[in-house]
Every structure is written in C-alpha cells, then in structure tokens.
Design a protein around this ligand. Structure first.
Ligand code: CMP
Length: 152
C-alpha cells in the first residue's frame, strides 16, 4: 500500500502477501526457479506450507469464484497434487508480486513474468498471488493461521 503524507512524501509500506505454487509448478520442478525469482526481487520468505488441499479446502480458498464456469475445473486442478504456499514480505509486496507473476492468462502475461515463462494455459498458470483488491489477509490466514505461524 502507498501512503501519501501531509508533506507529499510517498511512504511505501512493508507488506505481507501470499504466493501459491500450483500443482503444475510443483510437478514440473519449478519450485527452485520461482523462489529464485522471488528472492532476487528482494522478497523475504516468512514461512512455507507444502500441502495437498482437500476438495473442501480448495473450494473454501477459491470461494470468491463460486458460481463461475471455471470454478469446478479450477478446484479439480488445484487438488491434483500438492501446492507450495509462501508467506512473503517486501515493501509494496502485494502489487510487486502481482507484477512479478504477470497476468492470469499466460498468453497475455508480460514478457519475463513467471506466468509468461512457465504457464501453459489460463488454468494451468503455475502460480497464484493474493489480489490486493480482494482479501490478502484472508488468503494468508488460510495457509498460515496466525496461531501456527513460525514468526511474526
Ligand atoms: P488464480 O490467480 O489462481 O485465481 C483464480 C484462478 O482461476 C486463476 O488463477 C486461473 O487459474 C483460473 N481462472 C480464471 N479465469 C479463468 C477462466 N476464464 N478460465 C479458466 N480458469 C480461469
């Protein structure tokens, strides 16, 4: 988030955000490459969760898309295998991570982004990042419940 002080100085806040490496990224051995890109962009890894979601958990995580035509295929895909969730921190982290991963559809993603380089379709797009316009704290808390967090 960017705050404008009375003096007109822009204050950029350190933010936490969520990245999920989806089952296609895990299966294709892309974890190391994706983490390298995230660390090279000065994100700090606060915590990690390697987890195979149940159907119920997947539907809960993606509940914002319930009722859309791609909801069922999306849930089926995300439970194909384990995902790696990363709790990340960086100045302006939420917007910065969205830039690093690129547009949802890999065909439309900017050159050099994770989805442009590794995504194979709009569904099999390798990664998910919390959307600042939706509810990043809810998504973070889903994979990293406050009471179980390693560090604060
Ligand atoms: P993600 O960032 O994980 O958020 C929701 C996911 O739904 C999105 O990435 C895509 O993988 C998927 N998605 C969004 N729109 C479509 C669509 N039109 N068709 C298929 N899948 C979609």
């Amino acid at each position: 988030m960017t705050n404008f002080g009375k003096s007109g100085i822009i204050y950029v806040t350190t933010e936490r955000t969520l990245l999920v490496i989806k089952p296609d990224g895990v299966k294709r051995n892309l974890i190391g490459e994706i983490i390298k890109r995230v660390e090279n962009d000065n994100f700090k890894i606060v915590d990690l969760n390697f987890i195979h979601l149940s159907r119920k958990q997947a539907a809960e995580f993606y509940k914002i898309h319930k009722g859309k035509d791609f909801f069922l295929p999306l849930v089926n895909f995300i439970i194909e295998g384990p995902v790696l969730a990363l709790l990340l921190q960086r100045k302006n982290g939420q917007n910065r991570l969205r830039k690093l991963i690129g547009a949802t559809d890999p065909k439309k993603a900017e050159t050099g982004t994770i989805r442009a380089d590794f995504g194979t379709s709009i569904r099999r797009n390798v990664v998910h990042a919390a959307n600042p316009k939706e509810n990043p704290p809810r998504e973070i808390n889903f994979f990293f419940p406050k009471k179980k967090r390693r560090s604060e």
